[in-house]
Design a protein around this ligand. Structure first.
Ligand code: UDP
Length: 413
């Protein structure tokens, strides 16, 4: 099979990696695989699916992506799931839970035929988790793919969601620390970035400069950047605090770039808090970007001297891998998936407080050779561990394992 996309990946990851993918995909050819999540734009899950689905298709798998829809109350409920799973003690009324179930039931009515007919269904995160119970005649294997840091969930929320998750054939978590007591196969598969996407491809110096110019950034002052939805777990106020501590000693400008996710109702509140904290400081740039601003984010990451991801909880943190791929060290919260990517003192620094972040920012801005060395290590760490080809290999392996009998039959033919 000749294929341009895979040929391009081959140039980055090598022939053996692509050959392996083709080999793994062969027995899965024409399999109907459906991924379901709750937003086409915004957040890491959508980011990954945009890239993963075409790649699976190129490998001969009949892959599709479906998005469930819901009203404001549905997203209010699922945001509370999200907060609860990440450890915040939240209450959810029976009315909201009933609406969650009804919304899943309504979506199942629309999608039932194809879901029940699919060989493999990947359900991403809690929003569509209840779909399974409304597809009683499904013939395929269903996998619950959790992207959230569920290491210490608020018990009542996990207990509620668990009753849906137990009926799946497998679940996937991003880190061993997130695995739960479940009566089925659990896999640890960290997410990945796509080096060929608009978010991550190489850009010309002119394009990077034009973005610096467009947002009125000072080309002669170091730039520190955090790219994130405006979400409390991303701690944008902590980032502003760290910046303020830094600028007492060294000239620096801060860019907080973010946008909303269609399934995140709290963004606006957090954005207003950020704007208030940033007021009157011309060196803080709060950029509210549209969901398709991938090249702009790419340019901002490349224009920055170093990147912050000061999350207090993080399922994985694609923004970390994106920054590292651009040769930037990351100063990140010592939590969840950031720990997997930021190897302390090597690819960046892990921190717990704004003071800790400020100390590391100063250290790196005052030690350019170290900053560059860490950035170089960061890039090769992503090349080895967090590119989409590795992610796909692990998905294909799991798909083959779960459909072993069908695959066995196909191979005998
Ligand atoms: N992102 C974006 N625009 C924004 C904010 C974030 O395109 O305004 C992207 C970001 O580059 C990354 C993804 O959305 O690819 C966020 O994924 P991450 O795992 O960092 O966090 P999540 O939002 O899933 O918690």
């Amino acid at each position: 099979m000749t294929s341009t996309m895979l040929d391009l990946y081959e140039k980055i990851v090598g022939e053996a990696v692509i050959g392996h993918l083709r080999q793994l995909a062969e027995p899965l050819a024409d399999m109907k695989v459906i991924h379901v999540n709750s937003t086409k734009n915004g957040g890491g899950v959508a980011e990954i699916l945009h890239q993963l689905i075409p790649l699976k298709r190129e490998l001969g798998i009949d892959a599709k992506w479906e998005v469930i829809t819901g009203d404001a109350e549905f997203y209010q409920c699922t945001k509370r799931f999200h907060n609860g799973l990440q450890g915040i003690p939240v209450g959810i009324s029976k009315t909201l839970l009933d609406n969650y179930e009804k919304t899943n039931e309504r979506n199942a009515e629309v999608l039932r035929e194809e879901l029940e007919d699919a060989d493999i269904v990947f359900i991403h995160d809690p929003q569509p988790a209840a779909l399974l119970q409304f597809c009683p005649d499904r013939i395929g294997r269903w996998i619950w793919r959790c992207h959230i840091d569920v290491s210490k969930p608020y018990r009542p929320i996990w207990k509620y969601l668990r009753k849906y998750v137990v009926n799946y054939d497998a679940s996937i978590f991003s880190l061993p620390a997130f695995a739960r007591h479940l009566p089925h196969t659990q896999c640890i598969i960290p997410p990945s970035i796509d080096p060929l996407s608009e978010k991550n491809i190489e850009l010309s110096r002119e394009e990077i400069d034009s973005v610096i110019h467009r947002f009125h950034l000072d080309p002669d002052k170091p730039i520190i950047l955090q790219v994130s939805r405006f979400d409390r777990f991303k701690d944008p106020l902590g980032v502003i605090h760290a910046y303020k501590l830094t600028k007492n000693f060294i000239p620096v400008q801060l860019v907080l770039a973010g946008g909303g996710a269609a399934d995140d109702p709290e963004g606006e509140i957090v954005l207003n808090e950020v704007k208030t904290a940033a007021a009157d400081d011309p060196d803080i740039h709060v950029l509210l970007l549209p969901p398709d601003a991938h090249r702009t984010i790419n340019a901002l990451q490349r224009a920055s001297d170093l990147i912050l991801q000061k999350s207090t909880k993080e399922g994985f943190g694609l923004t970390v891998a994106e920054a590292m791929w651009k040769g930037k060290p990351v100063i990140g919260g010592d939590t969840g998936g950031i720990r997997l990517q930021v190897v302390n003192y090597h690819t960046g620094f892990l921190i717990n407080t704004p003071e800790g972040a400020a100390l590391r920012i100063r250290y790196l801005l005052n030690n350019r050779p170290k900053l560059q060395e860490m950035g170089k290590k960061a890039k090769s760490f992503v090349l080895e561990n967090f590119l989409i080809t590795r992610h796909l290999r692990e998905y294909l392996t799991l798909m083959a394992a779960l459909t072993q009998e069908d695959v066995g039959e196909r191979l005998e033919l």
